[in-house]
Design a protein around this ligand. Structure first.
Ligand SMILES: [Fe+2]
Length: 537
């Protein structure tokens, strides 16, 4: 179907009039962020985030006004009826299955009356599991959340950074953790710049922790708190780029903190409901994968359709690359020497994928960072900020669990033991950009095949949010490790592009200094560092 811009505007204006939208709302829609390559009219779509596998697509979208009847997504010749994600009809989900691998599909969205809700666009499925593509390009970053009212980088600037990343035409993107900052219980700052500060309660209202999240007043508080942190950052810029959202501590509406008064993780029931509701409303869960068990924790939940996984994901790009994403907060335990961050069944999956040989590159993407420490409680390592203001292992880290480091060593061991692959871990949580090579962890010798560890770069960090901002010391290699730092953690906004080809992995690191660079400079950012990881022979 050919579709001119004029026809689109006529159709969508009619739609706007048909459902009685105020004129200024539609005018706002016209100012939605432009995509690389020219204007695309988002119409009534406020935000849209897709994910794909080789045969499926899952799209989360919101609209500038509630839709009373289900909209329909057309994927090629197939029609997919939307499923409402909230209780007011602003948020809709679209799931398409039985698609052909490695195929670019034309997509279009229409209201129940058949009129277009936005201009058509395209989205491709990934290659099938036995195909051998020559290139897979991944855009990856962390910490894109934060409400503008609390001095996080303005959403328009975050969007510009992301669009610079998209201008390199990645096949997929990973948003690694902390899409929302609205801490509610954390003793450190939730009452100052978090969700229970007077300003936050004025902006969004107050959660009732004994109430349901969706279907009560909490739903409106959640939308007012989380919506401005996600929708203007993404808009519709990723409509043709599958994206994978991994959750970390702040996505549960708290910082990882442990004091004698409160330990924030594992998440309480209410935290869990907030994290699940945010994911359900705004960004896609992980689609099933041929090599990931369907029964991992928080996968195939009865109240989620389509067999999606909420905390453990896979990007499978033919036989070229398999990216394994894991949220370390949801299944963490506090069991001392046998404590874990990821459930033992999840660890078995990670171990099995490292041992399997059908994919050229296997990469770990956990939600917190192997390699470095900033002295936080919820790290892999026992380093703590000592009484002299320096990171040390000579003093105990309260409530830190030795089992977490044991699991770290097992995971790094699985990666280092891979034959014919360069081990690579790209993590989130830590607001910095860096790369190093882990040669040893405790008594575990990794020198035969060192584990490359990468901090991909944060997108939304506020001025006081850098590792050194709170503790006065930047991120450092844990004293547990021999870590060869190739780029010491840089406290600037940025992102990383990773190119997978049959014989190597090439990482390109981008940074932008909010203190000294103009916003315009984002549009021409070039990598400041390139790292090439050849497959060991
Ligand atoms: Fe985090």
């Amino acid at each position: 179907m050919s579709f001119s811009r004029r026809e689109f505007l006529r159709a969508s204006t009619a739609t706007a009039l048909g459902i009685g939208l105020p004129g200024e709302l539609f005018a706002q829609a016209g100012t939605a962020p432009a995509s690389p390559g020219g204007a695309w009219d988002a119409g009534l779509v406020r935000h849209l985030l897709p994910t794909v596998s080789d045969t499926r697509m899952l799209i989360k979208a919101s609209f500038n006004a509630p839709l009373t009847d289900a909209p329909t997504l057309r994927v090629g010749d197939a029609a997919v009826r939307g499923r409402m994600g909230d209780t007011s009809g602003e948020h809709w989900h679209f799931y398409a299955s039985d698609l052909s691998p490695g195929r670019r599909y034309p997509l279009s969205l229409a209201g129940a009356d058949g009129r277009a809700l936005c201009q058509p666009w395209e989205l491709a499925t990934f290659p099938g599991p036995d195909e051998r593509p020559s290139l897979f390009r991944l855009l990856i970053y962390s910490c894109a959340g934060g409400h503008e009212a609390f001095t996080f980088l303005p959403p328009a600037v975050r969007n510009r950074l992301l669009r610079r990343g998209l201008s390199f035409e990645p096949n997929a993107a990973v948003a690694n953790g902390d899409h929302v900052y609205w801490d509610l219980l954390s003793p450190f700052n939730s009452h100052v710049i978090g969700g229970r500060s007077p300003q936050a309660e004025k902006l969004a209202g107050k959660f009732d922790r004994s109430g349901v999240v969706i279907g009560g007043d909490n739903e409106n508080v959640l939308k007012r708190a989380a919506g401005p942190q996600i929708m203007p950052v993404y808009g519709t810029a990723f409509r043709s780029t599958p994206i994978f959202f991994l959750q970390d501590d702040h996505d549960y509406f708290d910082n990882d903190e442990a004091t004698d008064e409160i330990i924030t993780f594992p998440p309480s029931y209410f935290m869990l409901q907030l994290a699940r509701a945010t994911q359900n409303l705004y960004y896609p869960e992980f689609l099933p994968d041929v090599a990931r068990p369907l029964g991992l924790p928080w996968s195939s939940a009865a109240d989620r359709p389509w067999g999606v996984s909420e905390s453990f994901g896979t990007i499978r790009y033919g036989r070229l690359a398999e990216i394994l994403l894991y949220d370390i907060r949801r299944s963490q335990t506090l069991a001392g020497p046998s404590a874990v961050y990821v459930d033992l069944e999840v660890e078995r999956w990670l171990k099995a994928r490292a041992a399997a040989t059908e994919v050229t590159h296997v990469v770990h993407v956990p939600s917190n960072p192997p390699g470095w420490t900033a002295g936080k409680w919820g790290e892999w390592y026992p380093d703590v900020l000592g009484s002299d203001g320096k990171l040390t292992m000579a003093e105990p880290k309260p409530y830190w669990q030795p089992g977490w480091l044991k699991q770290h060593d097992r995971l790094m061991g699985y990666l280092s033991a891979m034959t014919g692959r360069a081990p690579l871990v790209i993590s989130g949580d830590l607001h910095a950009i860096g790369i190093g090579r882990m040669l040893r962890s405790g008594t575990l010798d990794l020198k035969a095949n060192p584990v490359n560890v990468v901090l991909a770069g944060p997108i939304g960090t506020r001025p006081g949010g850098w590792p050194s901002g709170r503790r006065g010391t930047g991120a450092l290699p844990s004293a547990v490790l021999d870590l060869e730092e190739r780029v010491k953690p840089i406290e600037q906004h940025g992102f990383t592009l990773v190119d997978f080809t049959p014989d190597k992995i090439v990482l390109r690191f981008f940074k932008w200094d909010v203190k000294s660079q103009a916003v315009d400079a984002i549009d021409t950012l070039q990598p400041f560092h390139t790292a090439e990881l050849a497959r060991p022979i």
